[in-house]
Design a protein around this ligand. Structure first.
Ligand code: RUQ
Ligand code: CUA
Length: 615
């Protein structure tokens, strides 16, 4: 089997070399030698019927979704709709998911965050932020979005999110855009430096259910908060965020917000903040308790960092905080212990609206010459760190402690985030690293001006990094999280006995229409290969509530309910009940049918909604 594969790849490589100069459309040209290609092919080849080793949850950017891939095959396995209706799964069409979307039909998803226990991914939930100030929770038991929390008050541009703390106590947020708070308040733009505020916020997570609720907020100067990471182990209890525009400038930020040599990383003692709130020290602004660091000292400190930093990442042991200016050639490693000592000794150089500023020289351990444009850092199991370099379009591998850069690999092209297997936890798994690149030009069959982006799989199991595979992803894989597949145990049917929907029915003889004035309730059974009832008659102007139960208890037996002309498209998983309510405002006869090919007689699974006109 493997031998056959090697020969095949060998032939392909030989053919590819032969036609390399002109590389006509549809031909394959290997960028590396034939043997490298064979190794790479073997390492990423998941034979038919075999399973991948890791799940990758990749941000779908402003598509509002999460894409699920298998690693190392990089096969796209599924799409989890979060902030955007998704007809393929009926998301956003039934009453429950439509209400969850809250009238917004998009969200700009940036940072998926897997839930953690003791700093390790526990496989329970996936949290993900979006720019309108919301955080969503996906339950990994069924890969479904179960809650969208927010918009949080006072938050404008929730970019620095949805990072979780090591025991998933909180999902953390920070605002990219400062505004006068509470929302709705007026202040002229020339009052930006004094009257606009940044916010750092914590969304509380119920440890049993994952349910999110309002936590607390901290008011900050009008910096633009960017990325964050929670402290772990020795730094557990702290949260770190980068900011740009510490100049508090407006206008053309590319110029006005690049005046100072340094911006900041905020170090937030979130347990101290939690305590202060419990002691009643917050002011209620916009309906949430907000701490003003001027009035409540000892919670936030500022670490000076290279100009306009982007990512900030904490090492697996929690000792080091890595961050850098995004136009620099080095990344700075701050030492958490030194930060604590400086705080104890009040070794401050000044303050920003009451927030003490520490001395750069006294808290840093090293400036690692990684290369140009360092953005994000991930970690391996062996003390290695991997930093993405946007300007160099490469990944640098370096060693914690010796600060030595040991390897570099080019990325095609312009890498943003990168994701190593469990690479931001207390125990990274190594093996694979994925570069989430912003551009892909020319590395795939052309699909017109709207180009996909590229996610490149890199082997990090050996001293030298090796490129294994190019996968193409829809915009925009800002960040991703990779978890061992064995940690997830998704269900494949909803057990009948756990279905608590009051409108659920399990027998076709219970199906039918009940009327209460102009309100009509229809209980529907979906099972191979009939939608019961096969005809539903209502009057024009009725409010119709259709509750559909898929009574199957077999894996993969989904049924759909597509109602023509009424923009209704429901998909019901085995054992699930979905409800849709609408006004029957159009008279006439409207077919409905099962949208998921479910059996040899799937095509027969259809019926009619008959809306009797008023006239
Ligand atoms: S960002 S390319 Cu939205 Cu996380 Cu760094
Ligand atoms: Cu049910 Cu097709």
């Amino acid at each position: 089997m493997k031998k056959a594969l090697i020969i095949l790849v060998g032939i392909a490589a030989a053919v590819a070399f032969y036609c390399a100069p002109s590389a006509p459309k549809g031909s394959r040209k290997g960028p590396t030698g034939a043997s490298d290609m064979a190794v790479a092919a073997q390492k990423t080849y998941v034979a038919p019927g075999d399973l991948d080793e890791f799940y990758l949850f990749s941000s779908g950017g402003h598509s509002g979704q999460i894409y699920v891939y298998g690693v190392p095959s990089m096969r796209h396995l599924s799409t989890i709709p979060v902030y955007t209706p998704y007809p393929a799964t009926g998301y956003g069409f039934d009453d429950e998911t439509r209400a969850m979307l809250g009238g917004l039909t998009w969200g700009d998803v940036h940072h998926p965050a897997l839930s953690e226990t003791n700093g390790e991914y526990d496989g329970r939930w996936l949290f993900v932020n979006e720019m309108n100030g919301r955080v969503a929770r996906v339950d990994l038991k069924d890969f479904k979005t179960r809650q969208i929390f927010g918009p949080m008050p006072n938050i404008s541009g929730n970019h620095g999110s949805a990072f979780v703390t090591p025991n998933t106590e909180y999902s953390m947020l920070a605002t990219r855009f400062s505004i006068p708070i509470p929302k709705g308040k007026y202040a002229a733009i020339d009052k930006y430096a004094s009257d606009y505020k940044g916010i750092i916020a914590a969304v509380k997570i119920d440890p049993k259910t994952g349910t999110m609720s309002q936590g607390f907020e901290i008011m900050t100067p009008p910096f633009d908060w960017d990325l964050g990471d929670a402290g772990k182990k020795v730094s557990d209890g702290w949260m770190f965020w980068t900011c740009y525009n510490s100049e508090r400038a407006t206008g053309k930020l590319e110029v006005t917000a690049s005046q100072r040599d340094r911006d900041y990383i905020a170090a937030v003692d979130w347990r101290a903040a939690e305590k202060a709130i419990a002691e009643g020290k917050g002011d209620v602004i916009g309906g949430v308790k907000v701490i003003d660091p001027k009035k409540v000292p000892g919670i936030v400190y500022l670490l000076p960092c290279g100009k306009s930093p982007h990512g900030v990442d904490v090492s697996p042991d929690g000792k080091y905080i890595v961050g850098s200016g995004k136009l620099q050639g080095v990344t700075t490693v701050f030492n958490f212990e030194k930060v604590q000592t400086a705080i104890r000794n009040k070794d401050f150089t000044g303050d920003e609206d009451g927030i003490p500023v520490l001395k750069y020289e006294n808290i840093k351990d090293a400036e690692v010459p990684v290369g140009l444009g360092p953005l994000h850092t991930q970690f391996g199991p062996d003390g290695y760190a991997y930093t993405s370099l946007f300007v160099d379009s490469a990944i640098a591998k370096w060693k914690l402690g010796t600060w030595e850069v040991v390897d570099k690999i080019p990325m095609s092209y312009s890498i943003g985030h990168l994701c190593a297997a469990e690479g931001d936890t207390v125990s990274p798994k190594g093996k694979y690293l994925i570069g989430l690149n912003k551009l892909s030009h020319g590395r795939h069959l052309s699909v017109g001006p709207s180009q996909p982006e590229s996610s490149q799989l890199v082997d990090i199991s050996e001293e030298k990094m090796k490129l294994l595979y190019d996968a193409f992803t829809e915009p925009e894989p800002h960040n991703a999280q990779m978890i061992e597949a064995k940690k997830l145990h998704p269900i494949e049917v909803y057990p009948k006995e756990e279905n608590k929907n009051p409108l659920a029915i399990w027998d076709v003889k219970d199906a039918g229409v009940t009327r209460n004035g102009p309100n009509v309730t229809v209980k529907v059974v979906l099972v191979r290969s009939t939608i019961t009832p096969t005809a539903i008659e209502v009057n024009q102007g009725d409010t119709v509530k259709i509750a559909m139960t898929n009574i199957e208890q077999t894996t993969d037996e989904l049924h759909g309910f597509g109602l023509l002309d009424y923009n209704i498209n429901i998909v019901v998983d085995p054992g699930e009940t979905k409800v849709v309510t609408f006004k029957a405002d159009k008279p006439g006869v409207f077919p409905y049918y099962c949208t998921n090919f479910c059996s040899a007689l799937h095509q027969e699974m259809q019926g009619y909604l008959i809306v009797k006109g008023k006239g």
